[in-house]
Design a protein around this ligand. Sequence first.
Ligand SMILES: NC(=O)c1ccc[n+]([C@@H]2O[C@H](COP(=O)([O-])OP(=O)(O)OC[C@H]3O[C@@H](n4cnc5c(N)ncnc54)[C@H](OP(=O)(O)O)[C@@H]3O)[C@@H](O)[C@H]2O)c1
Length: 341
Amino acid sequence: MRIILIGYGVVGQSLTQIFTQRRAELIKNYGFHPRVVAIVDRRGAAVNPKGLNLEKTLSLKAERNTVAAHHERGHPGMSALNVIENVDAETIVEATPTNIKDGEPGLSHIKTALKTGKHVVTTNKGPLALALPVLTELANYNKAYLKFSGTVGGGTPVLDLAKRCLMGDRILSIRGILNGTTNYILTEMDGRHITFEEALNNAQKLGYAEANPSMDVDGLDAACKLVIMANWIMNKRVTLKDVSIQGIRNVTLQALKEAAKRDCTIKLIGSINEKLKVAPTEISKQDPLCVGGVLNAVTFVSEFAGEETIVGRGAGGMETASAILRDLLDIKQNLATRLMS
Ligand SMILES: NC(=O)c1ccc[n+]([C@@H]2O[C@H](COP(=O)([O-])OP(=O)(O)OC[C@H]3O[C@@H](n4cnc5c(N)ncnc54)[C@H](OP(=O)(O)O)[C@@H]3O)[C@@H](O)[C@H]2O)c1
């Protein structure tokens, strides 16, 4: 499979590390030969229709901070859109930063790829939270696959559990802890009796929270994931504006203390019932959702199987890259089935 990789940061580099480390196993176990024909970062692209040497692109990125510095294959200033339109490939992997104002640059990358009949695997929540119903239609119209396992739960197969493992059943409602950063902060506040500001500061020192923590602490990241789950799992045609969102800035030590008297704690819970909501919510410490630290947990309530909860690390470069790999293998298998029918 020829792959164009857009975005060569933590996730993009982790994916190429997996490709280099697992090459023989991927071929032997899955008949999967990933050939990365282009990589694009902010400063340009490296392109080789025969497949780039990924050890080299990794060391170039580490030493020169751009793949465009490749002395034979580098194209400084070449944009992702130019690459998507002009380089032959079956699939693009889109891993540029999330932007929930207008979804760019990821939204244009995904639209252009789908319009040119390329399959898309993305970990970028912004375009999906703003325009998933439209993107799904575009993918169907162009007979292209649009996959996004890594957008919810990092490497933990949250979307697949609901969509595949519970196939045939009807999911009635979903609730979960969808953001590791806020879960870490609330766990610290509750366990060590420190204020929100102190816990946020610790999270920033440990690299769990960004310098601008708004996406996490104001509930926006969790809301994006909720939109993706509502569309994909429950066939609701919703976008970010349909979610009622409240973050954790106003959770107090007093409120946590009161909750503890009832053997409860406060977690940032995203829920899908009649409505979509993200809000700090009191839950029992015995609830399977009540996980600590940076863990994520999601409970699906389905008509026949009842309640199932999946728990795992919700982020991380390698974890998220493993979700991309699952999506790529899935596309490969679907294409093989298409050919046979
Ligand atoms: N990291 C995680 O654990 C995780 C988990 C789940 C989902 N995600 C999502 O996955 C995506 C990637 O995350 P990340 O952690 O890898 O981010 P990152 O480390 O910031 O990397 C982003 C990459 O995108 C490139 N980029 C930015 N604008 C571009 C443009 N216009 N054209 C081409 N490339 C562009 C950057 O180029 P430069 O290198 O030149 O700056 C960089 O290589 C994000 O949407 C994130 O929300 C991440």
